[in-house]
Design a protein around this ligand. Structure first.
Ligand code: SF4
Ligand code: SF4
Length: 186
């Protein structure tokens, strides 16, 4: 450390000058009614000017019959770094294609860090995050759980950013490959 750095006082004064400058700039914006100067008083005031890439609310996608696309595999809950997803699964023997389904699917928004890893991990495109903010204002953290009913209120037809993946096309072999396979048979 140089003697100048050991004195500390110049750096303290420099920090105070930066803070005062920002304060005066914001105060000037506030006095002249320009945006970006003061904190939004949430929940009385709500912002609508989110960045286009903002994703603040989870949704569960649905099959054409309205049932959740989720197969209760728990991959999202396993990958979640904050461990805030809770899933209770049910079993339907009459649906061999999707025998497992979620009976309860909840996310604790008091601890979610909105990292999006749950969306990335899902093998069924069953959970997504949309450009919205849930109305979960509370002084009690136990009231800040996003429920399955709330996540299923999403209207699939209004989502155009990430459509359902296309149905897989059955593999067809070209005539050459088929001939090759025939000729290689003993
Ligand atoms: S966004 Fe991240 S923290 Fe929130 S539920 Fe998904 S994986 Fe967990
Ligand atoms: S949302 Fe996706 S990853 Fe999570 S349990 Fe359902 S199917 Fe599995």
């Amino acid at each position: 450390m140089t003697l100048w750095e050991k004195l500390y006082l110049p750096e303290v004064l420099r920090g105070m000058a930066i803070t005062t400058g920002v304060f005066l700039r914001n105060m000037g914006k506030w006095l002249t009614g320009r945006k970006g100067a003061v904190t939004t008083y949430y929940p009385e005031e709500k912002r609508a000017d989110f960045a286009p890439r903002n994703r603040g609310k989870h949704i569960l996608t649905q099959r054409p019959d309205g049932s959740p696309q989720c197969i209760a595999c728990n991959m999202c809950a396993t990958v979640c770094p904050a461990k805030v997803i809770e899933i209770e699964s049910g079993f339907d023997p009459n649906d061999p294609a999707h025998p497992k389904y979620p009976v309860r699917f909840e996310i604790d928004y008091s601890r979610c860090v909105f990292c999006g890893l749950c969306v990335e991990a899902c093998p069924e495109d069953a959970i997504r995050m949309q450009q919205d903010v849930p109305d979960l204002v509370s002084e009690d953290r136990y009231n800040m759980w996003l429920t399955m009913d709330e996540m299923l209120t999403w209207k699939p037809q209004s989502d155009v950013a990430k459509p359902y993946p296309p149905k897989p096309v059955p593999l067809t072999l070209s005539a050459n490959v088929q001939r090759g396979r025939q000729s290689s048979k003993p």
